[in-house]
Design a protein around this ligand. Structure first.
Ligand SMILES: CC(C)CCOP(=O)(O)OP(=O)(O)O
Ligand SMILES: [Mg+2]
Ligand SMILES: [Mg+2]
Ligand SMILES: [Mg+2]
Length: 150
């Protein structure tokens, strides 16, 4: 509700990608004037007009890491309201799981050094801190992105 202050930011859709290598997941320390500066986050970004979740996942991973993914699948969705950040924002975050298209391409590049300090593989049981808040909430809730062995 507007009370004479600036209009509230419109909720947007973010797509975050669990890119897995065995029990490890690709994470990078995020650089952002908005949400999550200096926290470890999954590759991903804003859903763009007309994209499927799968198309956005593959595009953002390639834009940010140079890696080509295959077989992306929907995992879960969370609602994230960032009120305390320098620039308040509200995201519905779609979490996808993706498998690398080519095992030889396991060395991610940091293609957006203004948005990320660099990418690395982290064992799911030994994640770095601090995690980006939406991801931290999922870890605390016991969420496990690893495919079941069955
Ligand atoms: C904040 C997050 C849930 C959604 C936006 O992610 P992002 O800041 O990485 O966006 P871009 O990769 O599109 O710049
Ligand atoms: Mg991006
Ligand atoms: Mg991004
Ligand atoms: Mg983007």
């Amino acid at each position: 509700m507007e009370n004479g202050s600036a209009a509230a930011p419109v909720p947007r859709v973010g797509v975050a990608v669990f890119l897995l290598k065995g029990k490890s997941v690709l994470l990078g320390r995020r650089r952002s004037p908005g949400a999550g500066n200096s926290t470890f986050a999954l590759p991903g970004g804003h859903l763009e007009f007309g994209e499927s979740f799968e198309e956005c996942a593959a595009r953002e991973v390639e834009e940010e890491t140079g890696l080509e993914v295959d077989r992306t699948e929907f995992l879960t969705v969370t609602n994230n309201v960032f009120k305390e950040e320098p620039m308040p924002s509200h995201y519905v975050t779609i979490f996808m799981r993706a498998i690398l298209a080519d095992d030889d391409e396991r060395v991610p590049q940091n293609l957006e050094p203004n948005k990320c300090d660099g990418w690395d593989w982290y064992n799911w049981d030994n994640l770095p801190t601090p995690l980006f808040w939406p991801l931290e909430k999922m870890v605390i809730s016991g969420f496990n992105p690893l495919p079941s062995l069955s």
